[in-house]
Design a protein around this ligand. Sequence first.
Ligand code: PNS
Length: 168
Amino acid sequence: MSERVRRAVCPGSYDPVTHGHLDVVARAAALHDEVVVAVLHNPAKAGTFTPEERVALVEHAVAAAGLADRVRVEAFGGRLLVDVCREVGADVVVKGLRGDTDFAYELPMALMNRHLTGVETVFLPGEPSLAHVSSSLVKEVVRYGGDVDGLVPVEVRDALVARLRDGR
Ligand code: PNS
């Protein structure tokens, strides 16, 4: 009897990827055979990096973490997460929760996604030492000259400095 591949999707804007995201991806990879990091559009957020740039930054970090054999990274423009899950053959979405604000934000999406296709969402408790790390805060810190070492991979820090130095 052939075993079914357990494939999870880690969705997000990843604009840009942080160590908080990468912690969740690594833990999702430990729980599943394969993980698809799905770079998606969040209509509520203006983008700093293009989808292709975000994918490249995540791919670099995934390779550096030694996860490239089980984690693939792809951008899915203009698509519902549930359709992405169908397309890649995943029946579970994995997301990290830094606290109750994240839960309040994530719960309606998890319920909507389950309503649409039955896909389940598994929440992982975020690593407490990274609870203050978000893409938007990291961008704000870089924009005003602050230090984000240890919060994002070095390549992400350098890309942020290059992109945000002109005040974008
Ligand atoms: O990192 P984010 O911005 O919190 O991730 C949110 C994201 C991109 C996962 C969410 O906006 C999403 O799933 N977008 C794809 C479109 C979709 O399926 N929308 C309905 C969600 S119930």
